[in-house]
Design a protein. Structure first.
Length: 94
């Protein structure tokens, strides 16, 4: 799902979309605070799929220091990343 420019990116919206993506791709349910990598649910290669999904779904660009694996460990961390990057885009005219 792509977020339209007129639709605010809320924490609840990001959490719902990420959880739906994870469930569809891994065929299991996740808690928002579960470490996806420590529990063996996903591999580090899957992190790249998460990056692409987040960028496409929320119209953000994840680059540089934001590409740290820690930003993708939990749904909550991904939610914070998306909210921060989308706020930065609005502030910087992106």
């Amino acid at each position: 799902m792509t977020t339209s420019p007129d639709k605010a990116i809320t924490a609840a919206h990001v959490e719902k979309e990420v959880l739906e993506f994870l469930t569809a791709r891994t065929k299991q349910s996740w808690d928002p605070d579960t470490d996806l990598f420590a529990d063996g649910g996903v591999s580090s290669l899957f992190a790249m799929e998460l990056v692409v999904f987040l960028e496409e779904a929320f119209g953000i660009v994840i680059a540089g220091a934001d590409l740290r694996l820690d930003n993708f460990r939990t749904v909550l961390r991904m939610m914070e990343l998306v909210r921060r990057l989308s706020t930065n885009d609005l502030v910087h005219g992106g």
